[in-house]
Design a protein around this ligand. Structure first.
Ligand SMILES: NC(=O)c1ccc[n+]([C@@H]2O[C@H](COP(=O)([O-])OP(=O)(O)OC[C@H]3O[C@@H](n4cnc5c(N)ncnc54)[C@H](O)[C@@H]3O)[C@@H](O)[C@H]2O)c1
Length: 294
């Protein structure tokens, strides 16, 4: 399984045109957008948006990165895959160290252990993204309480544990940037699928970021939110697998008329995680094809 994913990437790389990535080279952008020299850590990064954030960091010069996810094998496979990408596709310098760490973000102990591993490997942590999250669609009357609790444990408490541990490690080193991944659902109510606890969890994440931003503003730790609209990832593909019409509905409700590609978030995540956003804290960037403005 692990090997076939890497073999598929090697094949994909062979088909790619190198110029696509060279145009984003360090000399062609503001230096503050660079992730060079930054130690980065992303939760929920074995796949989906989290993985794309990691890829964006590597493309922006990051050579020390931790991919954190529920299953150790998946985290390590993703790390190996991205390291291969960095070396072959992205002309990264010889010393790229991408590690995969097993962690259940709903457990504070597990989050602390993951940070311990990052600190013992890299000695510091500069940019942390909390992307681990789940969504489920039940009407309010039908939603089993144990599942609601699990959703809040991951989406809300998981984000809190990740942010708190990040700040604990960042403050002694002089600061850092934390990005919590919320959703446009923090701002609007999605239709037609019912998902009240998810929407409420993302609104909580958004206000959590503002509150933590104020607590840590003078300690050099910034906390911002990235709120995607409908993006095509495994999470949404699972929902759409049961309902072909739903994709058309989502697209028709989005002014740009389409779902986003995970890569559409790359610029925003690098901006928030890097020094390019150094006077920004407690803010939200929505990347949703215009969904929230109509
Ligand atoms: N895809 C979208 O359209 C969309 C839109 C808005 C917001 N988001 C948010 O973006 C984030 C990422 O979504 P995605 O589409 O990449 O989802 P995804 O399901 O493709 O990936 C989520 C990752 O999180 C991991 N994860 C789940 N529970 C975990 C836990 N307890 N501990 C550690 N890792 C865990 C999963 O194993 C998976 O690798 C989520 O917070 C989601 O709510 C997604």
């Amino acid at each position: 399984m692990a090997l076939s994913r890497i073999a598929a990437l090697q094949f994909k790389n062979a088909l790619r045109q190198p110029a696509r990535f060279m145009s984003t080279g360090a000399g062609k952008t503001l230096p503050s957008f660079s992730m060079q020299g930054k130690v980065c850590m992303v939760t929920g990064a074995a796949r989906g948006l989290g993985y794309e954030f990691c890829r964006a960091f590597v493309q922006s010069g990051c050579t020390s990165l931790a991919i954190v996810d529920l299953k150790e094998e998946e985290a390590k496979t993703a790390a190996a895959e991205l390291e291969l990408f960095a070396r072959t596709d992205n002309d990264a310098p010889e010393k790229v160290n991408i590690i995969g760490i097993e962690c259940d973000v709903s457990s504070e102990r597990s989050v602390q252990k993951a940070f311990g591993e990052v600190m013992s490997t890299f000695g510091r942590v500069d940019s942390v993204v909390a992307s681990a999250g789940i969504v489920e669609n039940y009407s309010a009357f039908d939603y089993p309480f144990d599942r609601i609790k699990r959703l809040y444990d991951i989406n809300v408490h998981g984000s809190f544990f990740t942010a708190r541990e990040a700040a604990r490690n960042m403050i002694p080193q002089g600061g850092g940037s934390i990005v919590l991944v919320a959703s446009m659902s923090a701002n609007i109510v999605n239709i037609p699928q019912p998902q009240t606890p998810y929407n409420a969890s993302k609104a909580a994440v958004k206000h959590m970021a503002s509150s933590l931003a104020v607590e840590w503003a003078k300690k050099g730790v910034r906390v911002n939110v990235l709120s995607p609209g409908y993006m095509l990832t495994k999470l949404t593909k699972t929902i759409l697998a049961h309902d072909q019409e739903l994709k058309k509905t989502w697209e028709s409700l989005t002014p740009m008329g389409k779902m986003g590609d995970p890569e559409d978030l790359s610029g925003a995540i690098v901006f928030l995680a890097s020094d390019a956003s150094s006077f920004m804290t407690g803010s939200e960037i929505r990347v949703d094809g215009g969904y929230c403005v109509i």
